[in-house]
Design a protein around this ligand. Structure first.
Ligand code: PAF
Length: 286
């Protein structure tokens, strides 16, 4: 049976108040829909950790810095509800736009510092403000105890964790493992926009990352590894490779060697679609 879909904040609050009165904990999985196995694994993790689970579906206009990206974003609400049906989640919150941004809405949540100054920050101006703003609202609207995010959007995970801490929102942010296709490609709603041929070629991104990470972990210097990965991605059919960076997992500072816990993070365009991925470098070595 599909979970009930609520569209009004007052209905959501009535439900969460009932759960609270019964002493139940609430888990939140924020999404923009077009659900794939990665989202479903977040809902499963929430289900294990909390008495009640809310999945939210809201395509947040504030986090798109290109209007065509917003227009092309897949919207598949009925399919999404079907995919969640077997997981036993308690409700799907698909807020009407005015429940998030009512007339006259004027507040922006902006996370500063080193974690937003690099990679997605400069390449997608305004994106993290849009994410931080909507996620702050979803945290407050649902009053969830725990929120589940995929590590695929590693920088986003850091941003929402920082935001919740800085604003004293009493919620635990939990990062869950990236779910991948058999080819290694990270699952993403954007993969739906790729042709079969482009999907096959896109697997080269994770392959190049794993190769570079293993070599960096074995002591090879980063600059030539990055250059050769960029070349192999271009050969595989990727267009613009926006970044292919070795960075500190905690501060996102650029590194020459993985001398402390580090991640390799990348963003590259395949057939007009922007793909991102990241992997832990140390784990490969340990
Ligand atoms: O990762 C996403 O799907 C979105 O950025 C999120 C966290 C649901 C906020 O709109």
């Amino acid at each position: 049976m599909t979970a009930p879909i609520l569209r009004r904040l007052s209905d959501l609050r009535a439900k969460t108040a009932e759960w609270r009165r019964a002493g139940e904990t609430i888990g939140l999985v924020p999404t923009m829909g077009a659900l794939h196995a990665g989202h479903l694994s977040l809902a499963e993790a929430a289900k294990k950790a909390c008495d009640r689970v809310i999945v939210t579906i809201f395509v947040n206009p504030k986090q798109f810095n290109k209007p065509e990206d917003l227009a092309n974003y897949p919207r598949t609400e009925q399919d999404d509800a079907q995919k969640l049906a077997h997981l036993g989640i308690d409700l799907i919150y698909c807020p009407d736009p005015d429940q998030i941004y009512p007339d006259g809405y004027a507040t922006n949540v902006s996370v500063g510092g080193s974690i937003t100054a690099v990679m997605e920050g400069p390449f997608r101006p305004g994106h993290f403000d849009g994410v931080a703003t909507v996620v702050a609202k979803l945290f407050l609207q649902t009053s969830a105890d725990k929120a589940f995010f995929g590590q695929k959007d590693y920088q986003q995970l850091m941003v929402v964790t920082r935001m919740a801490r800085d604003l004293d929102i009493p919620i635990e942010v939990i990062g869950c493992e990236t779910v991948r296709e058999a080819s290694g490609l990270a699952m993403s709603s954007r993969n739906l926009l790729l042709s079969e041929d482009a999907l096959a070629k896109a697997a080269a991104l994770n392959a190049a990352m794993r190769d570079a990470a293993a070599k960096a972990a074995a002591g090879e210097p980063w600059a030539p590894l990055e250059a050769s990965a960029r070349q192999s991605l271009a050969d595989a059919g990727f267009g613009d490779i926006e970044y292919f960076d070795l960075r500190c997992s905690e501060t996102l500072e650029a590194l020459d060697t993985p001398s402390r816990p580090s991640r390799l993070l990348a963003a590259a365009w395949m057939d007009g679609i922007r793909l991102i991925d990241n992997i832990a470098v140390h784990q490969l070595n340990s």
